[in-house]
Design a protein around this ligand. Structure first.
Ligand code: 4NP
Length: 148
């Protein structure tokens, strides 16, 4: 799960998907990163921590890291929150296999629409909506993968 800073959106996506994966008894590796390096080593934004906590998910021990080319090799699927993240990750792809691992996360819940998870960093009221978008997308992702 990849956003810009790895402190607002992608930590929520990581926490939500990890929670759903664990509740289904699956042993999948789920991680998140940011395309930018400004917040490397920092915990998630306190507003992301708070909204996750409201839904019973603790993301406070996550620490931001920067996306690296190796992630497109190591992981089976890589999800970007918005078109900017998508285009930055795409530059790291070395072949079509790696490119095919990449998609926008909201294409799971709104197939083919290329919708964006809005960046809530400058909007205190945006975090709840981001949580709901990511919760639906992660549910749709699991439904798709488990029915495949
Ligand atoms: P994120 O949000 O990409 O969802 O983690 C942001 C966090 C920090 C900044 C921008 C977006 N920033 O400009 O520092």
């Amino acid at each position: 799960m990849v956003c810009l800073g790895n402190i607002c959106r992608s930590p929520l996506a990581e926490g939500i998907l990890k929670h759903k994966v664990a509740s289904r008894g699956l042993d999948w590796e789920v991680d998140s990163a940011g395309t930018g390096s400004w917040h490397v080593g920092n915990p998630p934004d306190e507003r992301s921590i708070a909204v996750a906590k409201k839904y019973g998910i603790d993301i406070s021990s996550q620490r931001a890291r920067q996306f690296r080319s190796e992630d497109l090799n190591h992981f089976d699927l890589v999800f970007a929150m918005d078109a900017s993240n998508y285009n930055n990750i795409k530059k790291h792809a070395t072949d079509s296999d790696q490119l095919n691992k990449l998609d926008l996360i909201l294409n799971e819940s709104y197939p083919g629409q290329n919708r964006t998870v809005p960046d809530p960093y400058w909007n205190d009221n945006g975090f709840e909506g981001v949580y709901e978008l990511l919760d639906h997308a992660c549910e749709a992702l699991l439904d798709r993968l488990l029915s495949a």
